[in-house]
Ligand binder design. Structure first.
Ligand code: ASP
Length: 327
């Protein structure tokens, strides 16, 4: 009898807490939301996140605060969100690294496909292969020759294993069959500072961080990883034109919440994301930075889930062939 009473008590309590979760979710959002960016401030992911967060805040009627949790190629920040309360007040803006890290890391603090709910795709950003301004190589062919001849001292900056910059650097080194010296940062924001100062030689990074630098001539740019040239960087050849077609890659970004987030909250976040991606100001800033917002059909939980699953499958054999893992 005692057990039965305890059981009924526990069930009633569980029902009550479910009820109050969804009652709370009905009024969502009632307070500030934190958007975790798993890289340092001032980098390409941070730039995308701040533009989208600002516009979503207006729609949701509550402030979205961006918090940078850089380290371990984005997996520290993703882990933080995986273990946060699933109440819709903590969200994660992460990119392709969510998919590559699932294979690159032998151990992650979260189970990529089971630790998150999905809000939608945000944008797909091309990357650019850069070097410090005084790099003597004039084109990609020259850069490859230089890298091969100086492999033990040429440094390549990245934002840690799992970052897009790491993936692009790995594809570059595989394509030229030459391992170079990699230098990890908490994000390519700080890495760019070192590239500008000439402390590192090469970096591959999203156009949301590099377009202004390339236009201003503060770095040397060799190629863009999109299939077509970009309107804002017309003179920059594609990697295919420059001779490395295997480097063609788009850095897709998605918005996630911890698994178990009430549907009402996800629906509101997804609706606000769609509005933000249609915001003229967001579209104009994205265009200046060489990218564009995801379409309305892609700004959905289903599209992001499908993208993550297909990208894990796509990159797994490539990463395994490169034989690069982190513990
Ligand atoms: N998105 C960059 C990368 O993956 C890192 C950053 O945003 O700082 O390399």
């Amino acid at each position: 009898m005692k057990t039965l009473n305890a059981f009924i008590g526990a069930t009633a309590l569980a029902a009550l807490s479910l009820f109050s979760a969804s009652a709370n979710a009905a009024g969502y959002p009632e307070r500030q939301i934190t958007m975790i960016v798993p890289f340092a401030a001032g980098g390409p992911t941070d730039t995308v996140a701040r533009l989208v967060a600002e516009s979503m805040s207006k729609n949701l009627g509550q402030q979205i605060i961006v918090e940078n949790v850089g380290g371990a190629g984005g997996s520290l920040g993703a882990g933080r969100v995986a273990s946060a309360d699933a109440d819709g007040y903590t969200v994660l803006l992460h990119h392709i690294g969510m998919a590559t890290s699932a294979t690159l890391y032998r151990k992650l603090s979260y189970d990529t496909l089971n630790a998150f709910d999905y809000v939608g795709l945000v944008t797909e950003v091309p990357m650019t292969l850069l070097a410090r301004k005084d790099m003597e190589a004039k084109d990609l062919k020259g850069l490859i020759e230089y890298a091969k001849a100086n492999a033990d001292k040429v440094t390549v900056a990245n934002a840690g294993i799992g970052a897009a910059s790491h993936l692009c650097g790995m594809l570059f080194m595989s394509a030229i069959e030459t391992p170079l010296v990699t230098v990890p940062y908490k994000g390519t924001g700080p890495a760019m500072t070192d590239l500008l100062g000439g402390q590192v030689d090469i970096m591959c990074d999203q156009t949301t961080n590099t377009t202004k630098q390339i236009q201003g001539g503060t770095v040397k740019a060799y190629a863009v990883t999109s299939p077509e040239r970009l309107d804002v960087l017309k003179d920059l050849p594609t990697v295919t034109e420059a001779g490395l077609p295997g480097l063609t890659v788009g850095i897709w970004h998605g918005l996630y919440t911890p698994k178990g987030t009430p549907k009402e909250a996800i629906d509101k976040l997804s609706a606000a994301l769609k509005v933000a991606l249609k915001d003229q100001n967001v579209a104009a800033r994205f265009a200046e930075l060489g990218t564009k917002p995801s379409s309305e059909q892609d700004a959905t939980p289903e599209a992001l889930k499908a993208k993550l699953e297909s990208e894990i499958a796509r990159w797994k054999p490539i990463i395994e062939a490169a034989g690069q893992y982190a513990d």
